[in-house]
Design a protein around this ligand. Sequence first.
Ligand SMILES: C[C@H](O)[C@H](O)[C@@H](O)C(=O)CO
Ligand SMILES: [Mn+2]
Length: 415
Amino acid sequence: MDAFNLAKERYAEIGVDVEKVLKTLARTPVSLQCWQGDDVGGFERAGAELTGGIQATGNYPGKARTADELRADLDKALSLIPGKNRVNLHASYAELNGKKVDRDAYTIAQFENWVAWAKKRRIGLDFNPTYFSHPLSADGFTLSHRDAGVRKFWINHGIACRKIAQEMGRRLGKTVITNFWMPDGFKDTPVNRREYRERMEDSLDKIFAVKIDQKLNRDAVESKLFGVGVESCTIGSHEFYMGYTVKNKKILCLDAGHFHPTETLADKISAILQFVPEILLHVSRGVRWDSDHVVTLDDQTRALMEEIVRGNYLDRVHIGMDFFDASINRLACWVIGARNTQKALLLALLEPAAQLRKYEAAGDYTSRLALLEDAKVMPFGAVWDEFCKRNNVPTGHAWLAEVKAYESDVLAKRA
Ligand SMILES: C[C@H](O)[C@H](O)[C@@H](O)C(=O)CO
Ligand SMILES: [Mn+2]
């Protein structure tokens, strides 16, 4: 018997149906953040500086310089990641084609190439308005700005993005999730947090007042603890968006790097989903701060996926990634991060859930712990390889040779 069939038998012995697990994994997409491919630069203006309290560090050669290069890199990455996945675009990846158009006036016209590319590959797109790296966000404020004119510009940007996303959803036949993250906040202690938060709420209300077909686009808002240079107060904090999403039935975006390092994101899932309809995950890895390291198969990521599976929440959770590491091959970052996200999900799906629940319900915590620990050495690798094989992507470590070949054939030729 081959390794996969042996593994299937072993899992069946502990009550796990591997074929069912593989089906669930196959229909759970991971959204690849386009900004990993070019250090969050975007293509609106050459040499635009990255602002908003986020930083891509490193200078590994070969970053995408144009939208065509980025799409080619994404193609390569997607060919090495099993399953039907998605791509997450920021508005700053607009293609202006020499025209003078600012973010408040963007339409689908600036994203035609992206939509055509996604349609050809039958993949879904997700979207994000870009509230950073722009002269009108240079002082660190956008939707909560004290100047009504600046707020108006950013409100119009938000509305424009929701309309673009709606059109993307229509053309692709797949719902787009549009995520709002605003960098607004203070380096030092403010004395009027209230005013800023009230203005932020008012601006968001104005953006979301515009009717958009929910089947084509749904909106998420993303909280954050702090950013670089925004250490003392972030207007869009966790409590702010928790309240906003409960009140307005929006999707709450949880970025794994946006909490204090001692907080456990996994523990928040069931508490939030008791009151908020859906969650968008930005799977990431903070190292000491919101450093946006590539996702590894670490305890936090595993615990996150376990909570989603244990709570039976998969249909209310959208899985995206958010990291931007410029110190290693950028394409490999996507592949490592996405495959690890999927591995964490697979491990969670392979848990002997029924038996564990029985033990817990009976108060037999000894047996619960024993089975949880023994399950860790079940032959998960054989199931992962089978998933890769069925999806026509390299198994094990073989994907790296393809990335290396692409690096010497394509990336090395970029100046
Ligand atoms: C580029 C993204 O919008 C950004 O990473 C955001 O999602 C975030 O996490 C900011 O810290
Ligand atoms: Mn994020």
